[in-house]
Design a protein around this ligand. Structure first.
Ligand code: HEM
Length: 146
């Protein structure tokens, strides 16, 4: 029951995080060309202001719940690479850590005012690609066996 609750929290936080990245990449980047540069810069500043209050809680809960879930699979294991499930889970965790580095770096740059539009765009693209592989791995690790 407790494990299922943590799974639901993890899934909800992942959904929120992926939703925000999808919105920024597909919706926001989609209107960039039809917007004056200064309007777009003002929208990005406003967005960073909101993101810096809300997303640390979402990302923090996502990682804490992920660690609790992973502990369940690794706690009695002598070799963390002992099965295809564990190898794929380790790759998923490595990608998630890379997302965390992207997130913290982008947030710090945004707060310091040195996140220009091109970097904003490429950070979103890179995080979105990471997310895609994380979600595919989260499913494959349960069905692929070698
Ligand atoms: C960007 C960060 C992350 C995203 C987007 C993400 C996404 C997901 C998704 C969508 C699932 C659901 C798979 C399913 O039940 O169908 C999942 C499961 C899981 N995640 Fe994450 N995750 C992230 C970070 C992490 C981290 C940092 C860890 C561990 C340190 C982790 C460990 C796990 C584990 C162990 C499961 C399997 C849970 C189970 O069903 O038993 N995740 N993740």
């Amino acid at each position: 029951m407790e494990y299922t609750l943590i799974q639901i929290v993890h899934l909800l936080c992942a959904t929120l995080f992926i939703g925000v990245v999808f919105f920024e990449l597909v919706i926001l980047e989609g209107i960039r060309k039809s917007m004056p540069d200064d309007t777009m810069a003002a929208v990005e500043t406003g967005l960073i202001g909101r993101v810096k209050y809300i997303m640390p809680w979402v990302v923090g809960t996502l990682f804490l719940s992920g660690i609790a879930l992973a502990y369940h699979y690794f706690k009695d294991l002598a070799d963390p690479l002992s099965s295809s499930f564990h190898v794929l889970l380790m790759i998923k965790i490595a990608l998630a850590l890379s997302v965390l580095v992207h997130f913290v770096t982008a947030l710090r740059s945004g707060v310091n005012g040195c996140m220009e539009s091109t970097r904003f765009k490429y950070t979103h693209l890179s995080v979105a690609i990471h997310m895609l592989f994380i979600v595919i791995l989260a499913k494959l690790m349960f069905v692929v066996h070698w």
